[in-house]
Design a protein around this ligand. Structure first.
Ligand code: SF4
Length: 351
């Protein structure tokens, strides 16, 4: 079943049409609305009416002499009604200008946000890409986004903060709310110096919208950053190594970061944070799965005290061609050794 959303301009159109029709007979606007609702009901079962030949991104149907223009989002199963216009009037000036596209152009919307996607851990998640492709403090061997292009620990406004806010606002004010708005993407989101402002804005404007942050944990030693992210409902930090040799091998960090610093930062965050923290440990066979590393993982994670420990492994090809997914038996063995920590396997089961 498709959900129907009347976009702001369609609502204005409807008010204008109703006011206009009320000049004739009292019952005309009501009849018009009834007819429109009946068509919308049918539309929600079968959204593929006629294409609008002037711009085939849009579909159309008619209620009396009014043309209804809409788009269908198959991911969220939503029918967006954009305009309801008098088909007898000059549609050229009314619609071809397509001022709506400023708001609804999917390409524009998706410059810095993507999805919502179905996520194993987060349900229906609207992703926010906070930094240019592969701007990261690490260059993990398992990264599915390719090699890091900007290897840095510098926090700055890589992308205009206002344009990120405006894209998320546009989405949240016109589409069904996702389970989470998730700061993540193809780089390290905490590198963006506007993260705190975006989080505060969203919590003020959409207080019931849950926010999640995926982070590689490397910047959490910064007390100011930790304060910025406290309003998030869920923080999913990573910890893939507890000794520096393994850290360099699996995560390839920028010079100057070490495991002790990251573990201490995670302990500090856990003490300050009131939301849920799910710690992800990516298992790379032959790199971070030795007995001694697992023993140290257990000690470090017990001190961090996250609500969940999630064991993950390769799903798609990483930057290291020879890296293989961890077999399920390996993950189950590590999970047993980490008990009684609240550990679960989130890796895709590959047989
Ligand atoms: S931290 Fe994330 S984005 Fe950065 S290299 Fe590792 S997997 Fe890729």
């Amino acid at each position: 079943m498709y959900r129907i959303v009347l976009m702001p301009k369609a609502k204005v159109d409807l008010v204008t049409i109703t006011a206009y029709l009320s000049k004739f007979y009292e019952s005309t606007p009501r009849k018009f609305i009834e007819e429109l609702e009946k068509k919308l009901e049918t539309l929600s079962f079968s959204p593929w009416y006629m294409k609008w030949e002037k711009n085939t991104e849009y579909r159309k149907f008619f209620v009396r002499r009014y043309m209804v223009l809409y788009q269908v989002d198959e991911v969220t199963l939503t029918v967006y009604i954009h305009r309801i216009v008098n088909a007898m009037l000059n549609l050229k000036s009314d619609i071809e200008v397509m001022e709506d596209r400023k708001v609804y152009d999917m390409k524009k919307i998706r410059n810095h946000i993507y999805g919502p996607i179905r996520s194993r851990r987060l349900g229906n998640s609207l992703g926010v890409d906070m930094v240019p492709h592969k701007t990261c403090s690490l260059d993990c061997v398992y990264c599915e986004c390719g090699a890091t292009t900007v290897h840095t620990m510098e926090r700055r406004e890589y992308i205009d903060t206002d344009s990120i806010i405006s894209e998320i606002d546009d989405y949240l004010s016109s589409a069904p709310p996702p389970d989470y708005v998730t700061f993540g993407g193809s780089g390290e989101p905490t590198l963006h110096s506007g993260l705190g402002r975006i989080i505060r804005h969203l919590k003020e404007r959409f207080p019931s919208q849950k926010l999640a942050l995926l982070t590689n944990s490397t910047l959490l030693g910064d007390r100011g950053l930790r304060e910025e992210i406290l309003p998030c409902d869920l923080i999913l930090p990573s910890l893939d190594a507890v000794t520096d040799k393994v850290f360099r091998e699996i995560n390839v960090p920028v010079a100057g970061i070490d495991c002790v610093g990251i573990i201490n930062a995670l302990i500090a965050l856990s003490a300050e944070y009131r939301g849920q923290m799910w710690l992800e440990v990516f298992i790379a066979p032959g790199i971070n799965d030795s007995d001694s590393e697992v023993v140290l993982f257990k000690e470090a994670i017990a001190r961090i005290n996250p609500a969940r420990v999630q064991l993950n492994s390769l799903d798609r090809k990483g930057t290291c061609e020879t890296l293989a997914p961890a077999p399920i038996e390996l993950l189950e063995g590590i999970a047993r050794r980490l008990e009684p920590l609240p550990v679960e396997i989130v890796a895709k089961r590959n047989g």
